[in-house]
Design a protein around this ligand. Structure first.
Ligand code: SF4
Length: 391
């Protein structure tokens, strides 16, 4: 309930908020959004349960852009819907998502807020949503001007005499051309529909922008323009959580990257480290990058698991060349990576083809051979080497 939550611990107090930003520094001050152990379960007929999101934790600082990336069906959009209270009735949500306000008493747990609070004070006002399908988001039988004017009136309380000018200004903020305001959604190109939806999302001056796959269906030029425009809104302190499967778009604008797999955060790290050096440390995250045509163009073998039938332990194990017996337990997100045998800089240097060294466990003990991996040995310097790689 609003006003009853305590301010979250300072950023840096735990692993999920220790990842440095693009400039190498740590995000400072109070987070704008602090998500802890967010889980979503869908209860289906016949008693079947879908584990769509499991134990997701992250912080978002004012002025920061965090990109939530992963393949379709990994839980990204369910997470966004959970934050806005837009899940269907068979969804069961647990955890905490504290949205800070101007004062400590304005903090609001989005997961505990009731529908009236979310509708009256959150959607559009404290969290602006840039939707996945702008054309579907817009009302087809009304012009953009009419929809924008109504939103301006609702969210800003502008009177009739001020409305026309305020509507024009709202369109301008998202670079929506004034001479297209009297068009209907079906008369807009994909890029202009996206700008119209972005203009609607910006009207309330929400401190948090949540963009759910905002570049779906756009060509590359429009993708870049769209994400650049979204990023520009962080300049005045707005936090941007962008959910995307487009790694190039994430690389272009994100300060940090959270990679999701099978409903969990596999890696959470600075974008510069992720896309540059040392690169991703989680085998799945590394596989995602390696699958890009401009990189190794090597697809990850196998398919993601069904969220209603997840394997015991690490869900990536059936596809992972580094898996060992230790992977029969779910790895915690430690130091920004949820893996028992994360890729190390030494591994990166030694990688050749698919012959990947088994790294020490995250607790410092050597990784054991398992059903999917090969046993390695310790070198004199303590680094692990694959079997047969030593003279
Ligand atoms: S090494 Fe183990 S914990 Fe890490 S991704 Fe592979 S299977 Fe999962």
């Amino acid at each position: 309930m609003a006003g009853e939550d305590q301010p979250p611990p300072p950023i840096g107090a735990d692993a999920v908020s220790q990842a440095p930003q693009k400039d190498g520094g740590s995000p400072g001050g109070r987070p704008l959004l602090s998500v802890r152990e967010l889980s979503v379960r869908f209860r289906m007929s016949g008693g079947r349960e879908i584990a769509a999101v499991s134990d997701v934790s992250f912080d978002l600082a004012p002025g920061e852009c965090l990109a939530l990336v992963g393949e379709s069906g990994c839980g990204k959009s369910v997470l966004a819907s959970a934050l806005l209270g837009l899940l269907p009735r068979n969804a069961y949500v647990s955890g905490r998502a504290l949205l800070s306000g101007p004062g400590a008493r304005d903090a609001l747990d989005l997961l505990a807020a009731d529908e009236a609070t979310l509708a009256r004070t959150v959607r559009g006002r404290r969290v602006g949503l840039v939707p996945q399908s702008p054309a579907a988001h817009l009302t087809p039988v009304r012009t953009v001007r009419s929809q924008l004017a109504e939103t301006v009136r609702e969210l800003t309380g502008r009177k009739r005499g001020e409305l026309a000018e305020a509507t024009l200004a709202a369109a301008g903020r998202a670079a929506f051309p004034a001479d297209h305001l009297d068009r209907y959604p079906h008369q807009l190109s994909g890029g202009l529909a996206q700008r119209a939806a972005t203009a609607l999302a910006l009207v309330g001056d929400a401190p948090l922008l949540l963009a759910d796959e905002p570049t779906t269906g756009l060509d590359r030029d429009l993708v870049e323009r769209t994400v650049d425009e979204l990023r520009a809104h962080t300049e005045d302190g707005c936090g941007l959580l962008i959910i995307t499967h487009d790694l190039a778009a994430a690389e272009r604008i994100a300060d940090r990257v959270a990679v999701m797999y099978a409903g969990r955060v596999a890696e959470l790290t600075a974008a510069a480290d992720f896309f540059g050096s040392p690169g991703p440390r989680h085998p799945y995250a590394r596989g995602l990058l390696d699958a890009l045509p401009e990189r190794a163009f090597a697809p990850i073998p196998g398919m993601p698991p069904e969220l209603g039938d997840l394997p015991e332990g690490c869900a990536f194990a059936p596809r992972c060349a580094r898996a060992s017996d230790a992977c029969a337990t779910v790895p915690a997100l430690t130091g920004g990576v949820a893996c028992h045998h994360p890729v190390t800089a030494t591994d990166t240097a030694q990688e050749s083809g698919h012959d990947i060294a088994t790294a020490p466990d995250t607790d410092g003990t050597p990784g054991a051979a398992g059903p999917y991996g090969t046993a390695g040995g310790d070198d004199a310097d303590g680094t692990r080497q694959p079997e047969g790689s030593r003279a």
